[in-house]
Write a protein that binds this ligand. Structure first.
Ligand code: ACM
Length: 545
């Protein structure tokens, strides 16, 4: 009946129910009451001296933990922090009819009596949005925060720059938003076919005020925004705006500037690692951190770097030698380490994709996102790094759920709900110390083939429900499948255009034109088969179109 998702640690139903009507009074410490009110906004609970919902602080409870007790006389919540109170409110919302996931309350709602004791298994429960390949307007980002909160997900990783676009206003480097935020057209042909372009401009960026709003909105919902400025590779857009930072522009050379890229795959564009680039990035990242407010994490990327333009630059090679580094891969490591040190001085912890771990020299406190699979994940944990699991399989949600022409175009196939539900972020086969380094996991929505929010909905859910259960509850089950079926009624009430378990709705089909998926062109199991051998910086699973 209750279909709680993610599954709480303890749920003990009791006989009877309690009515909860709009404007119901809530009492307790203001900070915790605020969290409960936000989670239950549909009921518009009113702060009062004596609530029918009573919230109490219990300092003995861990971060994000809570208890929730519904009896015939009222609701009692205890939490150690605001996030715990917020999550108690989210669970209470799930105990109400699915209408509680609409914006308007109905009279006559009741919640079943019972007791919930709950705390998350993992502290990092994330969603990654690639807003660079296709821009996702602010309203969609705020909506994703709401959907995350409903699933007790708490880290929103925004991939703010890639070859195809830069997505934030900059007052210190205005050409970033003026020039790098848009491209004149986008490739639409299928992988390996002759290239065809749509000849339609694409772009957009968040103003610093937008970013501040997103961060505050997220923070109020227990979500931390993690900005990613992916460097030194994936640099076409930055270099379109500031060609002087191009590795090819060292030594007084003046190469033809890169355009903002209009197709996919790995580009050779790479920033120079020389001090002016570090200064530039520091001031831009400072500006973004300033807009976000408290920024515990900044992701520096570091993936898929083609070092050819570094090798071709006498000045860059001389710089490497001056630093006493043996290789350009060491210089890649040095560059990211330098930025991570500057972040540490400012109180932010650096995060990198696993290439930066492979190239060595990370600060011990740098968090690694091992996208190329369990082998490199375990090696990073063994080396003492905290790890957030981001493997292509099963957490790259830009792969289709089935290998079928009915699917809309995806980078490859297939990753199912059940693949996600059986994922173990901290595998039993690892040592206890390695497992302790696993902060959690997140799903990735790379957006080469996700043009808008409707496409994001289709790929994110219900696979995201499965990941939410894995990272909150530790594993999916028991009864995950049945609970998910019930939970989809909440997503319907929220207006989420998820992929139905039986397959796409008629208007979600790939059709026969350019949106048709090509089954088997890129198979995720074959991609995974190559991952263990991928130790070179530029190794990738991302085919060009
Ligand atoms: C990645 O997929 N290049 C992190």
């Amino acid at each position: 009946m209750t279909d709680l998702l993610p599954r709480p640690a303890v749920f003990a139903p009791a006989d009877g129910s309690f009515p909860l009507s709009p404007g119901t009074p809530v009492s307790g410490p203001a900070e915790l009451v605020d969290g409960v009110r936000l989670a239950l906004a549909v009921l518009d609970p009113r702060p009062a001296e004596a609530g029918t919902i009573v919230v109490e602080r219990d300092a003995a409870l861990d971060a994000e933990a809570y208890t929730l007790e519904v009896t015939a006389t009222g609701v009692r919540i205890t939490a150690g922090d605001r996030a715990g109170a917020f999550y108690a409110g989210q669970t209470l919302r799930q105990l109400l009819p699915h209408g509680a996931f609409r914006t308007v309350a109905q009279a006559g709602w009741t919640v079943p009596c019972g007791r919930v004791e709950d705390a998350p298994r993992f502290s990092w429960r994330g969603v990654h949005l690639d807003v660079a390949r296709h821009f996702l307007p602010k309203r969609e980002v705020l909506r994703m925060v709401d959907l995350m909160a409903a699933h007790k997900l708490n880290r929103l990783h925004l991939h703010l720059v890639d070859d195809q676009g830069w997505r934030v206003e900059s007052r210190v480097a205005p050409r970033l938003h003026e020039v790098a935020s848009h491209r004149p057209r986008t490739i639409t042909s299928h992988h390996k076919d002759d290239p065809v372009y749509d000849e339609v401009p694409h772009g957009g960026y968040y103003t610093l005020d937008d970013l501040a709003e997103i961060a505050a909105y997220a923070r109020a919902r227990a979500v931390t925004v993690v900005p990613e400025i992916d460097v030194p590779g994936h640099a076409s857009a930055i270099l379109a705006a500031y060609p002087s930072l191009d590795a090819r522009a060292t030594g007084g050379r003046e190469p033809e500037p890169f355009p903002v890229l209009d197709r996919w795959g790995i580009s050779p564009a790479i920033l120079s690692p020389l001090p002016p680039t570090v200064d530039f990035l520091t001031s831009v990242i400072d500006e973004i951190r300033g807009a976000l407010g408290e920024t515990p994490y900044v992701h520096l990327g570091g993936d898929e770097c083609v070092l050819d333009d570094w090798a071709a630059s006498a000045e860059i090679v001389a710089f490497q030698e001056e630093l006493g580094l043996e290789s350009l891969s060491g210089l890649h490591a040095w560059f990211l380490r330098r930025l991570a040190d500057l972040l540490a001085e400012r109180g932010s912890r650096a995060i990198v994709w696993d290439e930066a771990f492979v190239s060595g020299m990370l600060r011990p406190d740098t968090i690694v996102m091992p996208w190329r699979g369990p082998g490199v994940a375990r090696r990073a944990a063994e080396a003492g790094h905290d790890v957030v699991q981001t493997p292509v399989f099963p957490l790259y949600f830009d792969y289709a759920e089935t290998s079928s022409e009915e699917e809309p175009l995806a980078i490859g196939d297939a990753i199912t709900v059940s693949d996600v539900a059986t994922f173990a972020p901290a595998p039993e086969s690892w040592t206890a110390e390695q497992r302790e380094h696993v902060l959690g996991a997140q799903f990735q929505l790379w957006s080469e083939r996700l043009p808008d929010g409707r496409a994001v909905d289709y790929r994110a859910w219900p696979r995201g429900c499965a990941l939410a259960e894995v990272v909150w509850s530790g594993s999916a089950g028991p009864g995950f499948g049945e609970r998910l079926e019930g939970h989809l009624g909440r997503l319907d009430a929220l207006g989420v255009e998820y992929r139905p378990p039986a397959g796409p709705r008629p208007w979600q089909l790939g059709g026969t034109g350019r949106r048709r998926h090509r089954p088997g062109v890129v198979k995720v199991d074959e991609v995974m088969g190559h991952l263990e051998e991928m130790t070179h910086l530029a190794d990738s699973t991302r085919p060009s179109m």
